[in-house]
Design a protein around this ligand. Structure first.
Ligand code: LRH
Length: 477
């Protein structure tokens, strides 16, 4: 039996987890108590999330957590951004929520810009103009099924919806709200003028609450608080970057997506920032996550998924093969919409190479190498753009999230970007979620910030550019 602690549900695009966390002095301990798939449903050519199944998994995870820790103090859900659930008066979904990978939003950016110029939209929201944003999804709803928006009592984003199902108020936490592209970057409230301009001024918009707020108690377990930590997974991950004061640091939160940027207190709402595709998402404590959304491990994950359908695949063996493969043979533009949809990824890569006159990877190892090198090159481009916008160089690049475990990618990133990489924690999102809960309840030890606790709790690894030796630990434990 464990002492009192917190439960984080971290919902990612391919899997969800329930992580228990508890503090011993300034050290956070964690244990995974439940893991499940976050499966997409394909119906009539469209992609939806199975929120009923996910909710079942969440209640199962809660039971497992309570069995191990009866004195559980709080729970909080974080998830990917932009997708939403429309609720009826009884609080049930009016339909399963669409996935942002659904193609229905493709024509919607052009439609939006006919009403509000991109420069104006960016000036108001600070959000990168990409088709996955809630705004463009809602415009698709308006065209296809306007009645559904009129009937909706409430719109909640994915993590906020599950916090509500657990017993929390039906609110949207600010880091998540910012990703809709309908929140004003200055006031951090819904932008009423934009809602009107797009014909989206329905009564379904919930209150926006700050990060780290108690929003209720778990149904059936009144001693367990429901906390809106940061509902947006990337905001939790950035909150848990173990950055040291005095360094000029940037981060990549590296999972299915790669979110590369810095933490700031003031926006950079220039044409240059908009044209370079930088976004201003809301972070913990009023910070701004000035970052760029890049394709992360998605293409690799899809290759692995395809290969695993043919038989068992060992990542260690693949990584070794990729290390041994010839360098810099082929660059894939992983942000090309061509790679955006799921399915047949290895075949699509081959077709892409043929189409672009690139040497076709001859083995899985070569394909992995091409993907990782292409990622590192995209990181370099984004990092140089970022440094130009900041008018200052970055000296430390933190890689957090699952990608921090990918040693070859960390080294290629250090080499290609010519920057020191500090890799870890791989569990940044869950750590951020858990520590925001702890802080909300006043449980962080005196004199320690959230980031201090992360740095004490995890061993991170340093990759210097072109280093030949094995990575060194960067720890303060
Ligand atoms: C990463 C993430 C990212 C969003 C995308 C939809 O999981 O939340 O920050 O842009 O998913």
């Amino acid at each position: 039996e464990r002492r009192a602690g917190y439960l984080a549900f971290d919902l990612g695009a391919s899997s969800g987890r329930a992580m228990l966390g508890w503090l011993e002095g300034p050290v956070l301990h964690m244990a995974e108590v439940h893991r499940f798939e976050t499966s997409l449903i394909e119906r009539d050519g469209h992609l939806f999330w199975d929120v009923e199944a996910l909710e079942q998994e969440i209640w199962t995870g809660l039971q497992q957590a309570l069995a191990q820790m009866p004195a559980l103090r709080a729970v909080s859900v974080d998830s990917w951004a932009v997708d939403y659930v429309l609720l009826n008066r009884e609080g049930r979904p009016l339909r399963p929520p669409y996935s942002y990978r659904d193609t229905r939003t493709r024509p919607m950016m052009a439609r939006a810009f006919a009403r509000v110029a991109p420069a104006e939209l960016y000036a108001r929201t600070g959000i990168q103009l990409i088709p996955i944003n809630t705004l463009y999804q809602l415009l698709a709803d308006l065209e296809e099924d306007p009645a559904v928006l009129r009937r909706a009592e409430r719109l909640l984003l994915i993590a906020d919806y599950f916090n509500h199902r657990l017993g929390g108020q039906p609110v949207v936490e600010v880091s998540m709200a910012s990703t809709t592209q309908l929140m004003n970057v200055h006031t951090r409230q819904w932008d009423a003028e934009l809602l009107r301009a797009f014909g989206l001024d329905f009564p379904c918009w919930p209150e926006i609450v700050p990060s780290g707020q108690v929003i209720g108690q778990v149904r059936g377990h009144p001693s367990v608080a429901v906390i809106a930590s940061c509902s947006h997974d990337t905001a939790c991950a950035v909150a848990a970057v173990p950055a040291r004061p005095g360094t000029r640091w940037a981060y990549i939160s590296l999972g299915t997506w790669a979110l590369l940027g810095v933490e700031r207190t003031t926006p950079i709402l220039t044409d240059a920032a908009r044209e370079a595709g930088f976004t201003h998402e809301a972070g913990l404590d009023g910070t701004i996550r000035f970052l760029k959304n890049l394709t992360g491990l998605w293409v690799l994950q899809e290759c692995l998924r395809a290969w695993r359908q043919e038989g068992p695949v060992s990542w260690e063996a693949l990584e070794a093969e990729a290390r041994a493969a010839p360098a810099e043979r082929c660059y894939l533009d992983l942000d090309d919409p061509y790679f955006f949809e799921p399915g047949q990824m290895p075949e699509r890569i081959v077709a892409y190479c043929r189409q672009h006159g690139l040497p076709v990877p001859e083995s899985r190892g070569q394909m992995v190498r091409a993907i990782l090198e292409s990622l590192a090159r995209n990181f370099r481009r984004a990092l140089r753009q970022l440094e130009a916008l900041l008018e200052a160089p970055v000296d430390t690049l933190h890689i957090v999230g699952g990608g921090a475990r990918n040693r070859l990618l960390c080294q290629l990133t250090a080499d290609t970007c010519e920057v020191r990489v500090v890799a870890g924690p791989a569990e940044a999102t869950a750590m951020g979620n858990l520590l925001i809960q702890a802080r909300t309840l006043g449980d962080l030890p005196e004199g320690y910030t959230l980031r201090d606790v992360v740095a004490r709790s995890e061993t991170c690894w340093i990759y210097e550019p072109h280093q030949k030796s094995i990575p060194q630990p960067a720890t303060e434990r």
